[in-house]
Design a protein around this ligand. Structure first.
Ligand code: FAD
Length: 459
């Protein structure tokens, strides 16, 4: 049987673009790709990239305080102009989008700027009704923000909307305690918006190391965010003067805007999966094996739609590995067990790799090397901000099981720590490394004694 394409990719985000480019450009496959919105996907258009730019924009207040602490009493930031920022941001995203398109075209990928769905195991149908066949189909449709199902929530924004606002609201409620909610609260407060963050748990960033979570929770409050823990909205009412939100502790409050950052669902609906035997989990995640192959041999899926580790570099690696395996005769799988990540808060970020202290304890005995201190740079400027470095070590093998850093540029530091930890480095090897002085990161190689030892939780 002959096909129109060797590979058809649905979704032009992190995973889909990488898979298409490698399959066509490096392995000579004939590839088609459909994108219903903008090439680059969540990361480039409404995620990592614009968010990080906004984090940079929002740190002016902290920089001003620091400069004053260093002997510049007149250092002033003045007023932030959302209009100027927005224009620059939009231009940057368009520039990146064009780079993505050019990369695909250079590799010989045929791009279809419309929605696509599966008509059967080898056929894709575009929104205009055109049908095309492919030997392999890759689903890389990502995820979509989820709300919590309370009356009036249609009046609330989702994370996508942050990047498209015409003007900044004066007073905003952010609902959620995950990394997107915390980063957005940091951004909005930093840009001068009166920011309330409501989260049902007792500390933000569930799933991260507890000690780091407590420091992050404290920092958010110190950054001028009105963080309300243990509560969740029960209804939203829109009136002439904004949105009134009722909470489950019987309180009410009024906001100019409300934003839900309450998780993301795999975007697998409306994809024509009912025309196939592709299996999904109850939350819509497409079930795949370690080769990213679905229950249908000709159909593969990568990235957030599979809900494995929902981060851009993971989607990229999955897409690349798929293309190498299926078209390049270089079979390779992705190790999801050690993936470093960062949460971009200000002034201190959180960088994590490997097991948290809580996970390590469940696994067996663990030595915890942890230090919390005021870093030289901000302490001199008069700040009370605390930094944390933590290494979790298996006392039997001396292997470093996890590393958690809460401090300035922790994202940059954890990227480097992820290399030895991924290679299976021991604590003795960390200790053998001579420190770079004076840095904050030198603490990673100078912690001599464990601050505590856990014997592990049996069972
Ligand atoms: P996506 O990048 O979402 O791409 C999917 C594409 O498919 C989209 O362009 C969509 O329009 C298209 N599509 C969907 N359905 C169809 C269809 N039927 N037909 C045609 N096209 C379709 N990750 C990090 O690593 N670091 C971060 O700092 C970070 N920050 C984030 C901040 C925010 C606010 C958000 C929302 C996410 C962030 N992420 C971050 C996560 C990261 O963006 C995702 O993990 C990554 O984009 C997933 O890539 P993907 O290829 O699976 O999907």
């Amino acid at each position: 049987m002959t096909f129109d394409y060797d590979l058809f990719v649905i979704g032009g985000g992190s995973g889909g673009v990488r898979a298409a480019r490698i399959a066509a450009g490096e392995h000579g496959a004939k590839v088609g790709l459909a994108e219903e919105s903008r090439l680059g996907g969540t990361c480039v258009i409404r995620g990592c990239v614009p968010k990080k730019l906004m984090i940079f924009a929002s740190q002016a207040g902290n920089m001003q305080a620091e400069m004053q602490g260093y002997g510049w009493p007149d250092a002033k930031t003045g007023d932030f102009s959302w209009e100027i920022y927005r224009e620059k941001q939009d231009a940057e995203l368009t520039r990146l989008e064009l780079i993505y398109r050019a990369g695909l075209e250079r590799a010989g990928v045929e791009v279809h700027d419309q929605r696509a769905k599966l008509a059967d195991h080898h056929t894709v149908e575009l929104a205009d009704g055109t049908r095309m066949t492919a030997k392999h189909i890759l689903i890389a449709t990502g995820g979509r923000p989820a709300k919590i199902g309370v009356p009036g929530e249609e009046h609330a924004m989702i994370s996508d909307d942050l990047f498209l606002m015409d003007k900044l609201p004066k007073r905003v409620l952010l609902v959620g305690g995950g990394f997107i909610a915390c980063e957005f609260a940091t951004i909005l407060a930093g840009l001068g918006v009166d920011t309330v963050q409501a989260y049902r748990g007792d500390a933000v960033l569930r799933g991260f190391d507890r000690e780091a979570r407590d420091l992050a929770t404290l920092q958010l409050s110190h950054q001028g965010i009105d963080l309300r823990l243990g509560i969740t909205p029960t209804r939203l009412d829109k009136g002439a003067d904004g949105i009134t939100v009722s909470f489950d502790d019987d309180s009410t409050d009024r906001f100019d805007a409300v934003m839900f950052a309450t998780g993301r669902d795999p975007y697998s609906w409306g994809l024509g999966l009912e025309n196939t035997q592709v299996k999904t989990q109850p939350n819509g995640a497409i079930i795949v094996d370690e080769w990213s192959q679905t229950s249908v041999p000709s159909v593969y899926a990568v990235g957030d739609v599979t809900n494995r580790v929902n981060l851009t570099p993971v989607a990229i690696r999955e897409g690349h590995s798929f293309a190498d395996t299926v078209f390049g005769n270089k079979p390779r799988t992705v190790d999801h067990s050690i993936v470093a990540s960062a949460v971009y808060l200000r002034p201190h970020e959180l960088g994590s790799v490997g097991l948290t202290e809580e996970e390590a304890v469940l696994r067996g005995p663990v030595d915890v090397y942890s230090t919390v201190f005021r870093p030289m740079r901000s302490m001199f400027a008069g700040s009370d901000a605390r930094m944390m470095m933590k290494l979790l070590v298996d006392p039997k093998t001396d292997k470093v099981l996890g590393c958690h850093i809460f401090g300035p540029e922790a994202g940059e530091m954890i990227q480097l720590s992820a290399i030895p930890i991924g290679m299976g480095a021991t604590k003795a090897q960390f200790d053998a490394t001579i420190a770079v002085h004076p840095t904050a990161a030198e603490e990673l190689v100078t912690m001599r004694q464990p601050s505590r030892r856990h014997h592990g939780v049996p069972g």
